[in-house]
Design a protein around this ligand. Structure first.
Ligand code: URA
Length: 199
């Protein structure tokens, strides 16, 4: 797909998300966080849901978890503007509670369309919610294992509809590393897999 087509299709999704009332989250959020980055990115990061900072700005991973993500990207020489970042939910759940199943089913068709348009080589899932959703969607067995067992592995899959191949790499959510040095080291190590895979 050429760049212009990608831009147009992603803009259409943005407009749909702004008007979306498929679950109740639109009532409490300030801004939807649709996704940010390069529309032809080789790698897409998928987090859980916007937090307070993201809700105010509309920008994914712009708070303290975002600072960790920026640090991890820099550690393997990847520029943030070269990747695409989105979440399972586009709207902030009140008080940062966990995403509810009906919210996940209402919102994730947008994410799956974003993946199909961007066609990244790698889908890096951040934390349990993103990992479980994406592994299950792409038919990976044992997708319900905990993130501590799945992290750092590579799963080669292909889209059942488009046949487009993806490499899924589950990672800890960067928020776990805010106060935990050991988790930060694990994340840094797991990020090396992404660096190698992009070569
Ligand atoms: N945590 C997430 O999962 N996503 C964001 O955009 C910010 C924090």
């Amino acid at each position: 797909m050429d760049q212009k087509k990608r831009d147009d299709l992603l803009l259409a999704i943005k407009e749909e998300v702004i008007a979306c009332q498929k679950c109740g989250l639109y009532k409490t959020r300030i801004l939807p966080v649709v996704g940010q980055g390069n529309h032809s990115a080789q790698i897409m990061f998928i987090g859980e849901a916007p937090g307070a900072n993201e809700d105010k700005t509309g920008v994914p991973f712009c708070g303290s978890a975002g600072q960790i993500l920026n640090q991890l990207l820099a550690s393997v020489g990847i520029k943030r503007e070269d990747v695409y970042i989105a979440n399972i939910l586009k709207d902030r759940p009140p008080g940062n509670r966990e995403p509810a199943p009906d919210e996940i089913s209402a919102c994730t068709p947008y994410l799956l369309r974003q993946i199909a348009i961007i066609e990244p080589k790698i889908i890096a899932t951040l934390g349990n919610y993103a990992t479980h959703f994406i592994l299950e969607k792409f038919g990976v067995p044992n997708s319900r294992l905990g993130i501590s067992q799945l992290r750092g592995q590579k799963f080669a899959v292909s889209d059942p509809l488009t046949k487009k191949p993806y490499i899924i790499i589950p990672l800890y959510h960067p928020a776990v590393a805010i106060y935990n040095r050991q988790q930060l080291d694990t994340l840094k190590n797991d990020f090396k897999i992404i660096g190698e895979q992009l070569k």
